[in-house]
Design a binder for this molecule. Structure first.
Ligand code: G4F
Length: 327
């Protein structure tokens, strides 16, 4: 019989790649989506439109324990991937209260409902390198202390600790991924990589003439989301639940990303990028670079795409999308 997986956040970048991966392995894939998304499917399901006839979607809200309880009570899930969150760091400064509410309570509701109804279901929590924040060592690994710098980072530390506590207190199979930034052509437009590549495409087609950004010197360890969802899957296949850093081990600045992205269409980023104070954060995470040697050793996971591959893919896809739209 095929395994049954539940994905929260299935309409997002990671959810869509993970759903594809699990379907390719013969899983019966279910997703939790907001009622409003079901009502306006064309707008909300763009990343999973090609999978819709193979998925089972259930309306529920991370803010409502009864709705989550109801979905989990209906199916005997083997694995649960909890990816849904308010995941935009800048927004968490604008509205820390709803970020905390969704990210912390949502995770707690998932864990509590599973404990009550499906204690044998394996649980994955999408932890983040934002938990390291003001980093105490370079590179960051599973043992590096957390020092989050945003309400988002704080909410992820709470989710991480809840997940670990359910593992230790109730013996449930609960694993944390500590994922560094991961991108791709399905990335949301608010994140810096997609903001850059989509604007590069618009500049190429004379639909924009500048790109306004905040801190160009921030450094991130950027991998590809399609590689990272494989790590999530592997964590739940391992013999024992554990916590794993998932990263490439390379770090690059926002400036370097701009340089490569503009060069991809033969332009010089310096002619278009303008620094705009509005995009600075009240507290910045200056440098992230991860050490994923534990995931490599224990899970046999490693990234397959380089920084350059990712920039190229994202620019090419954004240019191609504009080309096809412009007829
Ligand atoms: O692309 P970002 O918004 O991603 P950030 O904040 O690193 O968070 C992402 O990765 C985390 C994993 O480490 C996830 F947990 C999280 O959910 C999300 O996916 O910003 C990257 C960097 C920051 O330093 C930011 O200050 O780019 C800098 N930046 C400079 N100008 C900008 C901009 N970021 C955005 N979004 N927009 C700008 O105009």
């Amino acid at each position: 019989m095929s395994k049954k997986a539940l994905i929260t956040g299935i309409t997002g970048q990671d959810g869509s790649y993970l759903a594809e991966h699990l379907l390719s392995l013969g899983y019966d894939v279910h997703g939790i989506v907001r009622r409003v998304a079901l009502e306006d499917a064309t707008r909300h399901f763009t990343r999973i439109a090609h999978l819709l006839d193979r998925l089972q979607l259930h309306a529920a809200s991370l803010e409502s324990y009864p709705s989550i309880f109801h979905v989990i009570s209906r199916h005997d899930f083997d694995e649960c991937y909890h990816l849904a969150a308010q995941s935009f760091v800048a927004e968490s400064f604008a509205d820390g209260f709803s970020t905390m509410n969704t990210n912390i309570n949502g995770t707690h509701y998932m864990l509590a409902a599973l404990r009550e109804l499906r204690p044998d279901c394996r649980f994955y929590f999408a932890g983040s390198s934002e938990m390291f924040g003001k980093v105490s060592e370079v590179p960051q690994r599973e043992t590096t202390a957390f020092h989050p710098r945003s309400p988002y980072g704080i909410s992820k530390v709470a989710g991480f600790q809840l997940t670990r506590n359910y593992r230790e207190a109730y013996g449930m199979f609960c694993s944390n991924g500590i994922l560094f930034n991961h991108e791709g052509a399905r990335r949301g437009f608010e994140f810096v990589t997609r903001k850059i590549t989509s604007t590069v495409a618009r500049i190429k087609y004379n639909l924009a003439n500048e790109l306004r950004l905040g801190n160009l010197e921030a450094k991130r360890d950027w991998g590809h989301a399609a590689d990272y969802v494989q790590a999530m899957y592997l964590m739940l296949q391992h013999d024992t639940p554990d916590d794993f850093v998932i990263a490439t081990g390379e770090t690059h600045s926002v400036r370097e990303f701009c340089e490569l992205a503009f060069a991809e269409v033969n332009l010089d980023y310096q002619d278009y990028v303008k620094v705009d104070e509005r995009f600075y954060r009240p507290a910045e995470v200056e440098l992230l670079v991860g050490d994923a040697s534990k995931a490599r050793r224990v899970l046999g996971w490693k990234p397959t795409r380089t920084f350059k591959d990712i920039v190229k893919e994202m620019v090419r896809e954004d240019v191609a999308a504009l080309k096809s739209n412009s007829g």
